[in-house]
Design a binder for this molecule. Sequence first.
Ligand code: PDD
Length: 277
Amino acid sequence: MSICFLNNEFQDIKDAKISPMDRGFLFGDSIYEVIIAFEKKPFQLEAHLERLEKNLSTLGYNLKNFLELKEIILDLISRNSFLNQVIYVQISRGTDEIRDHIPKPNLVPTVFISSHELHTDFSLNSGEKAILKKDFRWRRSQIKATSLLANVMFRDESNQKGVFETILYENGYVTEGAVSNIFCCKNDKVFTPSLEENILPGVTRKVILELLEENSISYEEDKISLDFFSSSDEIWVTNSTKGIIPIVDLDGKEIGSGLPGKIYSKIAKSFKNRISN
Ligand code: PDD
């Protein structure tokens, strides 16, 4: 059984129901977070809540009980039996009476929080494939919105092609993955796209930058051209549920030696330590 939290109560997910007039359903007018709990301890919960709070404020949602969310998430983790969990938090602007693009000012947000088992153990990965695609998402992907049709199409394509991730580019520069942030390395230096309006400020990205500092590895946040990226020594993609994954084949072309690189191995080990402690 999986217990979720919906509209102020914990319940079996099989019994959970929301109205079709919910603006999350009608317009994708909702935001979300994906947080992992490793051995029942949430990882980077404060950073996820900070990003969520920022998105709530950008969109002007009236969530009165934001401060209770932390306790609710901790309670949900303990009510579910899995040791390692993926916690999904979705907040929509609320439920309308008639469908109207213009939001009413005082809607009560719908809060849905669920948990399922996390299957990643964050051990070293032997290398994955990725493809490159033109980024056709909306331009404000720094907002973690549930309107993810473009991402669904990119993920569907990578799945059909048997590759791990689709990496996106716009005007000759890489942006991020369909469900991840991206990094590359050249001559022992690490590069990641600087945070623009169309790039999600990933929590894992932030942790990786901290680990690079701790390990005295120099890095730069900047625009990264497709040519520079495709000819790097190492490429990694990062997100909360997978951690840090080395890409050794991009559009059928070998990256570096075709095996995970040495900076990856170092940072992936530090990352696993961070999660387990
Ligand atoms: N997505 N960029 C995009 C487009 C993402 O969807 C994600 C993660 C990230 C990485 O963010 P973080 O490190 O905070 O998980 C970057 C989650 C996992 C998802 O949609 O399921």
